[in-house]
Design a protein around this ligand. Structure first.
Ligand SMILES: Cc1ncc(COP(=O)(O)O)c(C=O)c1O
Length: 458
């Protein structure tokens, strides 16, 4: 028996790699996940539903009924479009989002992630333009780069994607003779920005899509995880399914482990996506689809979503309080009305990629803001998650990040011989909405709250 194999020399394979691998980017989140699995690390980096909240006995019952009644089908291949059994469940979720859909129009996918992939596979040739929010979902970044898209990011403010900037961007692209293939948006409790697209902007976005005949990919994993305020109509609903492709998932309201998502799309687009999916994975797991069907039939899924929302709301509140306590003056962060994330932006002399390296030494992790951009922006920002860890860990995690931030601020002061702009904890907050040096550096501007101040309603 031989010992460890020598690591193969990468050069040997280089000539075999496709061109696209040169621009493919690894997902910062997935890379971090490996690190943050270390038990001593408090990870505020994940985007995880807290699966410990799901009662083990419920899972056991659902699985045993499924095994007793449908084991052969659970272990068999299924149609690419998805099994008939799961359609009523997904239709119920859509109804809870205020949408009436024909169950036969649902294409079941392997998570919402596969919808992003299939939309790109269907629409994007190398060099094609995708418009995305800035910041955007870090998990979409590797997908967009694998299809060699030219991603143009439109910044967010407290009301979601800035439609005025979108209009300017579209006009500029028009002048260059370029038509974007689609606009990617996460309207509810955006990942990572935490902000929600206002009703007025939803209407405008749909109007623009219809006028220009551009598709919008509406990615909505978090719509049902609302902790306050009124639910807003989906873009799909406002559009009537003409130019909006909708991506749904059970990952955040039931389980990311089952990998069940779905899409609704105009029929010609959906048909291409089905063909694309045939080549990707033939079908999404039959076992998972049947499990979902049994779960929805036998258990009160609404109740489980409500219970999760109660837990996450309390965790969000703890996180917002702790940020107020530990972040320096000049730091801003969003106040999400739902979802899983707060977007933190530090004064301009911070670099959150460097900060993460220090934070990991203190056994705490977050996602550095650059992961949410394709153009190197985001260096002052960080995505911090409040759903996946207990309240005590949130307190400890934010305190540790605060300590690392304070250390960096002192270092800055000693190097420059000055008091860093915004140094000092939680005092003399910038006026709400002011971006200060954040704006000067061209970083994302989504401030809702500033250090030392509590704003917003709950
Ligand atoms: C905005 C967004 N889209 C898609 C996904 C992918 O989710 P899944 O593939 O688990 O459904 C996530 C997961 O965090 C997300 O936040």
């Amino acid at each position: 028996m031989g010992g460890a194999r020598p690591t193969p020399d990468r050069e040997r394979y280089a000539g075999l790699f496709a061109q696209r691998t040169r621009v493919m980017k690894s997902s910062a989140m997935r890379d971090l996940m490996a690190l943050t699995e270390r038990p001593e690390i408090i990870s505020l980096a994940g985007g995880l539903a807290d699966t410990t909240l799901f009662p083990a006995e419920d899972l056991a019952k659902v699985l045993s009924h499924m095994a007793a009644e449908s084991s052969a089908r659970a272990l068999q291949y299924a149609p690419t479009e998805g099994m008939a059994d799961i359609r009523p469940a997904l239709t119920e979720v859509m109804a809870a989002e205020g949408m009436t859909v024909d169950p036969d129009e649902i294409l079941v996918t392997t998570g919402g992630q596969q919808v992003i992939d299939l939309v790109c596979k269907t629409l994007v040739d190398p060099g094609d333009v995708i418009i995305a929010e800035g910041p955007t979902y870090p998990g979409a970044v590797p997908t967009f780069s694998a299809y060699e898209a030219d991603v143009v990011q439109v910044e967010l403010d407290a009301d979601g994607m800035r439609i005025d900037v979108l209009q300017e961007t579209l006009a500029r692209l028009d002048a260059e003779g370029r038509r974007p293939k689609f606009i990617y948006t996460i309207p509810n409790f955006q990942n990572p920005g935490g902000v929600t697209l206002s009703l007025e902007r939803r209407r405008e976005l749909v109007r623009i899509a219809q006028e220009r005949e551009i598709l919008v990919l509406e990615d909505n994993p978090y719509g049902l995880l609302r902790y306050e305020g009124e639910a807003l109509p989906t873009l799909y609903q406002l559009d009537g399914g003409r130019f909006v492709v909708y991506a749904g998932t059970l990952s955040k309201i039931l389980s990311p482990g089952i990998r069940v998502g779905w899409t609704l799309a105009p029929a010609p687009v959906r048909q291409k996506m089905v063909v694309g999916k045939q080549g990707s994975d033939l079908n999404s797991s039959s076992l998972s689809q049947l499990m979902v069907a049994y779960y929805f039939r036998e258990r009160d899924w609404h109740d489980y979503v409500r219970r999760q929302a109660d837990v996450y709301r309390a965790r969000r509140d703890v996180m917002l309080d702790e940020l107020g306590r530990h972040m320096p003056e000049g730091a801003t962060w969003t106040t999400p009305q739902g979802g899983l994330f707060v977007w933190l932006t530090l004064p301009s002399y911070f670099d959150t990629t460097d900060l993460l390296a220090r934070a990991l030494q203190h056994n705490v992790a977050f996602v550095p803001g650059r992961a949410a951009y394709l153009d190197g922006r985001g260096g002052q920002s960080a995505r911090i998650n409040f759903s996946g860890v207990h309240e005590d860990d949130i307190r400890e995690g934010i305190a540790r990040i605060g300590a690392v931030v304070a250390e960096q601020a002192e270092l800055y002061a000693s190097l420059t011989g000055s008091t860093p702009p915004g140094a000092g904890r939680g005092r003399g907050a910038a006026p709400p909405g002011a971006a200060g040096d954040v704006a000067d550096a061209g970083a994302p501007i989504v401030p809702l709250r500033t250090a030392g101040r509590r704003r917003g309603s709950r």
